[in-house]
Design a protein around this ligand. Structure first.
Ligand SMILES: [Zn+2]
Length: 199
């Protein structure tokens, strides 16, 4: 129906989350109408983010270079690690200004139905970080969903088995059940962090 390059753009845009066929079409035509400079700025931004941003070798947060800013920051408390599902969950936690430790990004949550097993998450890497005895607390800030809760319990067991001296805490309830951390406001999330309980 459309020239192949236009069709290709619609297909690629349609693969983005939350973008249906009609929206993909509308965005494609918006790009076609916009100036060369605007359209190429978008293309360059995508290229640059893929070329320059990778994952931190320590915590698997997004990083420009081998380590993320939080892992490089000497003022952060090395005795405390907050475990989250995705890099996008670090930002709402940071916005609370309640957490001064470092992070560990799992890369998802356990979900046997979707074929996500413990080996698919960075749980082994977390356990390695606990071995030097510097970490005193692991805060499990996985989402308050079925998969997030299952992940928290699994990690709590694994940490207890390997490092019984490390205190494992979970964000307090008050977070909307079934919701993603990403969508919690900073006051609610800050209270959930302050009221965390031992698992
Ligand atoms: Zn890091």
């Amino acid at each position: 129906m459309y020239a192949p390059p236009v069709q290709r753009l619609i297909v690629e845009l349609g693969r983005l989350p939350g973008i249906g066929g009609r929206t993909a079409q509308r965005l494609a035509f918006h790009i076609l109408r916009s100036s060369d400079a605007d359209a190429l700025a978008l293309a360059d931004a995508i290229r640059e983010v893929k070329e320059k941003v990778g994952l931190c070798e320590v915590c698997f947060n997004l990083a420009e270079g081998p380590r993320c800013r939080i892992c490089l920051d000497e003022r952060r408390d090395p005795a405390s690690i907050c475990v989250v599902e995705e890099p996008g969950d670090v930002i709402p936690m940071e916005r609370t200004h309640e957490f001064r430790g470092r992070y560990h990004v799992l890369g998802g949550a356990l979900s046997p139905i979707d074929g996500v097993d413990p080996e698919d998450l960075r749980i082994a890497e977390l356990l390695v970080r606990l071995r030097d005895g510097q970490v005193r607390e692991v805060v499990l800030a996985t989402n308050p969903t079925t998969t997030g809760e299952a992940t928290a319990l699994h990690i709590a067991d694994a940490v207890r088995a390997q490092s019984p001296d490390v205190v494992v805490t979970r964000l307090a309830s008050g977070l909307p059940v079934g919701a993603d951390l990403e969508y919690a406001d900073e006051v609610t999330l800050g209270k959930a962090l302050a009221g965390r309980r031992t698992l």
